[in-house]
Design a protein around this ligand. Sequence first.
Ligand code: NDP
Ligand code: MG
Length: 387
Amino acid sequence: MEKNRKRIALLGSTGSIGTQAIEVIEQFPELLQIEVLTAFSNADLLIKQAKKCKPNIVVIGKEDLYKYVKEALWDDDVKVFAGMQAINEVVQMECVDMVLSAIVGVAGLAPIFKAIEADKQIALANKETLVVAGELMTRTAYEHGVNIYPVDSEHSAIFQSLAGEFHNPISRLIITASGGPFLHKNRGFLQTVTKEQALKHPNWKMGNKITIDSSTLMNKGLEVIEAKWLFAVPLEKIEVLVHPQSIVHSLVEFADGSIKAQLGLPDMKLPIQYALTYPQRMTSDLPRLNFAEHPTLTFEAPDLETFPCLALAYEASRKGGCLPCVMNAANEAAVSLFLQDRIGFNDIPKIIEDALSQADFCIPSTIEEYLQIDKETKIKTLEKNSK
Ligand code: NDP
Ligand code: MG
C-alpha cells in the first residue's frame, strides 16, 4: 500500500493554502503522503506540523531559524534543512512524486522550475510562477512530460469543465471574480480605505497578499495570465465576470456555444483535493451547496476604471516579454508598501503603471534573468515610493 501512495512535497505549508492542504492530505492516508514540508519564517507552526505529519524532511527558508527547528525536532525522525537553496534541492529528490506549491509571490518561481526539471508532477497554487515566466514554465513542463494541475479555484473550475473535452475548440474562458470588499465603490471612496478594510474579503479567507490583490482586482489580472498559460488560450478569448456570490467558480464556452461551469461553496479544500487526487473524485465531507439557500446568483462586468489593475494585467500580458514580470514585481512591492501604511490604495495601480512605462522591454530566457528583473523592479519601486 505504501508504495502506491503519492508522495508530496508541500511548499509553503504554514500559509492559508498550505494548512488547508495538510487537512486534505490527512483525509486520504491510503492515497497521499507528506514527504516534505517547507516554510519561510513560521518555525513554530512548521515544528508542530512536522511532529503531527511526520514528513521525511522539513525546510525552513530563513536560515537563522535552522538551529531552533533542528533542536525542536531532535528526537523526531525528520531531516531538517534551511535556506532557499535547500527548497530548490528537496523538490528534486527521488522520494517526491508531486510538488504542491503554496508559496506566495515570486519566491515560488525557482522551486517549481527545479521540480519541473526533475520531472515531478506539479499542483500549483502559486499563480505568480505562471504570471512571471509562463512561457518558460509551460514549455519546460511540456518537454519533461510534466502536468501542472491548477489549485486556484477558477482554474480548477475550468480544468474540471474541460474534462473529456480535450479536442473540442474553446471559444471563451470566463473567469469569475467576487469583486472583493470594494465592489461598487468609487475612486473617491478608495482614496482613503485602510489595509484593515482591504483585508476583509467577503467570501474567502486567504493570505494577506492575495487578499489585497483581490481588493484591487489584480488577483483577477494574475488569474487571466495564469489561465492563458495553463490552458493555452489567447488573451482575447479570456473574459472576467464579476459574480459576488462566488458559487460559479468559472466557465468554459465551446465552439458550439455550449457553456460548462463548475459550482460549489467557496472552499479551497475542494480544488486542492482535485489537484492532488486527479483524475479521481474522492468522497469528501466538505459542506454541500444547497441551491435553495443561494437563490440569487448575479453576474456583471468588472469596473476597469475604478480598478485599473485588471486592465494593466491584460496590457502587460499582451505586450509580453519581461512586462508581466515587471508588473508582478511592482505589484508585490506596492502591496507590501500598502500593508505597511506607506501608500494609499489608489497608489497601487499608479505604481504598477509607472513601473511598466519605465521598463526596458526584453525577452528573458532563463529563471535567473526573470529573478534579476524582479529584483531590480522591486528596488526601484521601493526607492521611488518610500516616504
Ligand atoms: P500565505 O501568505 O498564507 O502563505 C504563504 C506561504 O509561503 C507560507 O507558508 C510562507 O511561510 C511561505 N513563504 C512566504 N515567503 C516565502 C519565501 N520567500 N520563500 C519561501 N516560502 C515563503 O499565502 P496563501 O496561502 O494565501 O497563498 C499562497 C499562494 O496561493 C499565492 O500565490 C496565492 O496567490 C495562491 N492562492 C491562494 C489562495 C487562498 O485561498 N489563500 C487561493 C488561490 C490561490 P511562513 O508563513 O513560514 O513565513
Ligand atoms: Mg482564484
